[in-house]
Design a protein. Sequence first.
Length: 277
Amino acid sequence: MKYIDTAEQKRIALDILDCFAKYCDEHSLKYFLAYGTLIGAVRHKGYIPWDDDIDVLMPRKDYEWFIHNFKGHPYYKVMANEINPNYGKLFAVLNDTRTVKTEKLTRKRCVGTVCVNIDIFPVDYLPDNTDEQIELLRKVRSIENKLACLTYAYGGGRTYLSTIRKNIGIFIYRMLETFNIVTTRKLARQHRRLLSLYSGTNTAGCFANTGFDGMQEVMPLKCFQDQIEMEFEGRMFKVPKEYDLMLTTYFGDYMQLPPEEERVSNHTNRCFWKEDK
C-alpha cells in the first residue's frame, strides 16, 4: 500500500468536504464548519497548519436525512450507528473507502475500517435551564463511557490505578455485550432518546462528543440558525453567521495562537491507499 503523507491526507479530506457540501446544497441541508475547522477558516482561511482533519455540524433533522440518503457514490461512504449497528460512536463519518488508517486503539467491529474521512456531528435542542443541562450531560457522559468500553481495544489512564479501573470496566461491559445486555446499538438509541426530549428551546449544541468539558457545547440556538459563506483552502463553505459567538463560547480567545510547543497534531495514525495509485 502507498503511504499518504499529511499534505495529501488534507487534500483527500478537502475533496470529501467538497462533495459533502455540494450534496447538502443540492438537497437544502444545513451544515456548518465547526471546531478547529471553523477556527482554521476564520484565522487561516484553511486548515490550522498543524491540524489535519475536518469537522462539520448539522442540525439533527438534516443529519438524520443525510446519513440515511447519501448513497450511490463510488467511494465516499457514510458510517453512523443509525445505519451500522455495531458502530460505536455517537457521530457520523464520511469515509473515502479507497484509503485506510492504522488504528490500534479501537476494535474494528465497532468502527469498521478506519479511513481518511470528515467527522459529522449532530446538533440537538438542549434544555434552557442550567441544572437540566448539567443533568443531561451527566447522563450523556455515562452513555459515552459505556460506549468507550465497547469500542476501544484497551483503556489507558493517567495513572496505573486509573488504567486498571478502565480495563476492568472494559472487561465487564464486554461480558455484558456477549449476552446482548449492553450493545452499541442500544446505547446509541438511549442517547438519541435522551436528546429527543427537548424541542423548541432557545438552546442547542452537540452532545455527541462532549470531551472534557461538555458544557462548552451549550450555546444559544441562534448559533445554529443562519449561515454565511467563508473561504477554506480556496473554496467557499458554510459557517455560522454567529461564528464569533460560537468560537468564543467554545475556545475563548480563539484568535490567540497556542504556545509553539502545543502546535502539533493530536493524530498519530498513518494513512495509506488500499491500492497503489
